[in-house]
Design a protein around this ligand. Structure first.
Ligand code: 5GP
Length: 137
């Protein structure tokens, strides 16, 4: 059982900001920035590969509601949404969740995208797009 199930079952305490039949949201203990919140399905889907479409669709509407609530009360400069899947991608709690991370001046949060444009040909892009489209058929 992950720590999130214990939070859902009230076995450990947390600062819950929203709850319904399918979803719960509470403050991330780290508070990477002021208002950093996690939105979590009540069922323990491990990651994006496991969560069912209906729950995910509902969860993302809850993410939007809470994002707007945070925006209205903390007035951040921007807000990042983040979802880590699998350990190599930084997932540490193996119960699906979205991070809502309000951004402020000098908050020290860095998401470093690598730009590989100069190493790629049009054919490389075409091949990558084809593979993804093929899997979507
Ligand atoms: P991940 O690294 O899996 O994307 O995110 C897991 C998050 O869960 C981390 O940001 C971490 O701070 C948060 N977290 C871990 N343990 C607890 C806890 O006991 N309570 C709360 N509220 N958050 C936790």
């Amino acid at each position: 059982m992950t720590i999130f199930e214990k939070i859902i079952n009230r076995e450990i305490s947390s600062y819950i900001v929203y709850e319904d039949e399918l979803v719960i949201a509470f403050l991330d203990i780290m508070q990477s920035t002021k208002g950093h919140t996690l939105v979590v399905p009540k069922k323990p889907y491990k990651d994006i590969f496991e969560i069912d479409e209906k729950t995910l669709a509902h969860l993302i509407t809850v993410v939007q509601k809470i994002t707007k609530a945070i925006d209205s009360k903390f007035n951040p400069l921007g807000i990042n949404l983040l979802n880590n899947n699998k350990e190599s991608a930084g997932q540490t709690v193996f119960h699906f969740h979205f991070h809502i991370i309000p951004r402020y001046k000098d908050d020290q949060i860095r998401f470093n995208f690598v730009n590989n444009m100069d190493k790629l040909t049009a054919l490389d892009y075409e091949k990558r797009a084809s593979l993804i489209k093929e899997a979507l058929l």
